[in-house]
Structures are given as C-alpha cells and as structure tokens.
Design a protein. Structure first.
Length: 142
C-alpha cells in the first residue's frame, strides 16, 4: 500500500511531506512556540514586577541602595566569619585524623613486633625439636 503524499509550504520553502511527518512537523513547531511563549511570559512578568516594586516602594531609591549596600557588607562579614570557622574546624579535623592515624600505626607496629617475636620463637623451638630428633635418630643408628 502506498502512502499518500501531501505538499506543504513551510516558511517560504516548498517541500513534500508524508502524511505521518506532518504531525511531527506540527509538534516541533508547537514545542518551539511553547518555549517562546514561556520566555516571553517570564520576561513580561519580571518587567511587571519591577514596575510594581517601583510604584509601591516604601522608601526612596537612595535609601534602598544604602540598605542594599549595608546588607551586602553584613553578608560579606558573615561569610568571612563562616569561612574562618570552617577553616578552624577543618584544621581541627585534620589534626584529629592525623593523631588517630599515628595511634593506629603505633598499634600496628607493636602488634607486628609481638607477632614477629612469637613466630621467631616458634621457629627456634621447631629447629631445636628437629635437631633433637635428628640426634636421637643418629644415636640409634650408630
């Protein structure tokens, strides 16, 4: 069965699309228009909000700018204070971690030394046992 062909004109160009493709083109165009509408609504809302803010502002622009500068300075001081506190907390944490790591390494060394001594004692005991057994075997065979 052959698919019917329909001519469509898109933005000044002449092209021929299948019936199934027509819906796809329409969907794409609608999506683009929807995004453009959203952007326009956003910008328009922003402008409207700014205009209303100017109309209903309870104080002068000079005082508002001074307040904004003051708030900016306070925010800067607060962020510097937080940064300093975080620096101290990180230094303290690093010191604690370093101390714990050193303690763990010391315990590991002690355990290794004790274990090494135990293994050496076991090896020496085994050598002594083998030596005695060899002497017993040699003395019986003689």
């Amino acid at each position: 069965m052959e698919v019917p062909w329909f001519p469509f004109r898109l933005e000044g160009t002449s092209s021929i699309l299948r019936a199934g493709q027509c819906r796809e083109v329409e969907d794409v165009m609608e999506a683009k228009n929807g995004k453009l509408d959203g952007v326009l609504l956003f910008v328009g809302g922003g402008l409207l909000g700014a205009g209303l803010a100017l109309l209903f502002a309870p104080q002068s622009g000079r005082r508002t700018r001074r307040d904004i500068v003051h708030l900016g300075k306070m925010a800067k001081k607060k962020s510097e204070q937080i940064q300093l506190e975080m620096g101290h907390a990180i230094d303290s944490l690093a010191d604690d971690i370093s101390e714990k790591m050193q303690e763990g390494m010391d315990r590991g060394r002690e355990w290794t030394e004790k274990t090494t001594q135990g293994v050496l004692q076991a090896l020496n005991s085994g050598k002594d046992y083998i030596r005695r057994e060899l002497e017993n075997v040699m003395s019986r065979g003689a």
